[in-house]
Every structure is written in structure tokens, then in C-alpha cells.
Write a protein that binds this ligand. Structure first.
Ligand code: SF4
Length: 173
């Protein structure tokens, strides 16, 4: 899709920021808002956008084994981290192979020991840090529904959802 069309259809920085404000992870990673830059500038200046999605499906037995909200959350995080370990190198490679491009990933999972932001220390790997689409103001519910044919599922009553979708994108010059 052209970047202009993608931005006009799916970027709504102020509305999406209001959702980020309600997230327990707000301000706890350098990949999450608030930023020391205007989020719109992260996606300005590109010609085309390629959106990619990966869906993690959980067996009924796995879902049933998560009986508390904490267990569901830990299971979801573990699955996301594992998928990101294999997905991220491929996305960084696409960015390297496409001069002038910029990838948008998921919340940053690059440091196994955790993000430095809560300690007030600088990012350990600023050259590798990439932001997620939602952190810079894109409506992922609409993006995944319209472009990937997937409806995002949320955890209800502390239960693990049937699937979690990870959305990434490559903005190209
Ligand atoms: S690279 Fe490390 S320190 Fe930087 S945002 Fe990611 S997790 Fe945090």
C-alpha cells in the first residue's frame, strides 16, 4: 500500500496514545511512549508500506493449563518472545536489503535481562531498537482486520486468548 494511504487510513496518534496511557507497560521500555520525538515523524517520508502478520495459536490444553491471569499473561509473553526471536532477524534482514527502509516491530524484546528504561538508564542497543506500529500511533485493530483479514483477540477474564497476532511492517523509500 502507498505510505500516504496507509497513514491516512490508519494513523491516529492522539487516539492511540490514549490507549497506551492505560497500558501497564507505558513508559517502561524505550520502545514505548512517551517519546522524546514527535511520533508522526517515525513514519513520515516513505513511499510504500508492507504489512506482515504472524499468528500464534494456543491449544485448548495450553489454555486450560493457565488458570490465573498471571499464568495467562506469562504464557502469552513467553510465546511472543519465542516467536519474536525467530521473526525479528528476518525483519531486520529485510530492512538491510531495502535501502532507505525502516521496520516497525513489536514491543522491544532485545534484552533478555529486561529494558533499562525503568532504571533511567539509556537503551543498550539503540541501533537495533525499532518501534511498534501502535507505539507511533497506528490502529492495529483496523490494520489487521482490513489488510490481513484477522480480528485481534483480547484476553477475557484473565484467560489466554485462542490466538495472539504479531503485526510488523516495513516502510520503504
Ligand atoms: S534494546 Fe534493550 S534497553 Fe533498548 S529498548 Fe530494547 S529492551 Fe530496552
Amino acid at each position: 500500500m502507498s505510505a500516504d494511504e496507509f497513514i491516512s487510513r490508519y494513523r491516529d496518534v492522539d487516539r492511540i496514545r490514549s490507549y497506551c496511557l492505560q497500558c501497564p507497560g507505558y513508559g517502561k521500555s524505550w520502545s514505548c511512549p512517551p517519546f522524546d520525538f514527535e511520533p508522526r515523524t517515525a513514519s513520515d517520508g516513505f513511499k510504500t508500506v508492507r504489512v506482515m502478520g504472524a499468528t500464534i495459536e494456543f491449544d485448548e490444553s495450553v489454555r486450560a493449563s493457565c488458570v490465573t491471569a498471571e499464568q495467562s499473561s506469562a504464557m502469552g509473553k513467553q510465546a511472543i518472545d519465542e516467536v519474536c526471536q525467530s521473526l525479528l532477524p528476518r525483519i531486520y534482514e529485510m530492512e538491510l536489503e531495502t535501502p532507505g527502509s525502516r521496520c516497525f516491530t513489536f514491543r522491544c524484546t532485545l534484552c533478555p535481562e529486561g529494558c533499562t528504561r525503568p532504571e533511567g538508564k539509556p537503551c543498550r542497543q539503540p541501533e537495533l531498537l525499532r518501534h511498534s506500529l501502535e507505539s507511533v500511533g497506528f490502529d492495529l485493530v483496523a490494520v489487521t482486520h482490513d489488510l490481513l483479514g484477522i480480528d485481534l483477540e483480547w484476553s477475557a477474564d484473565g484467560k489466554l486468548p485462542k490466538h495472539i497476532t504479531i503485526v510488523t511492517a516495513l516502510f520503504m523509500a
